[in-house]
Design a protein. Structure first.
Length: 94
């Protein structure tokens, strides 16, 4: 197994959300943060600040997973809180 695959599989849902927020840029992430509770913002901000370097292949794979989950979930993850990291919220990132 390639190192990139192993690294991607080891990412938690919170870490994937952190990569996503960093990858979409300040404008989009600001709009997403506005929809979150304070505790969610703290948790996600902490994950973003401790993430370290993430390769382009991992980011690409994350976006593919997000698109797949979005199409499979039929938009459910947009109706719920996609950044709620509790196990019950597995519609957006596994």
């Amino acid at each position: 197994m390639a190192k990139g695959q192993a690294d991607y599989r080891s990412l938690s849902g919170r870490q994937k959300a952190a990569v996503f927020m960093l990858a979409v840029g300040r404008g989009h992430s600001t709009r997403l943060f506005e929809r979150m509770e304070d505790e969610e913002i703290r948790e996600l901000s902490h994950a973003m600040s401790t993430l370290g370097s993430v390769g382009a292949g991992i980011v690409e794979r994350l976006f593919v997973e997000f698109a797949d989950q979005l199409s499979t979930a039929g938009g459910r993850c947009l109706q719920s809180k996609p950044w709620d990291f509790k196990p019950k919220q597995s519609d957006c990132f596994s």
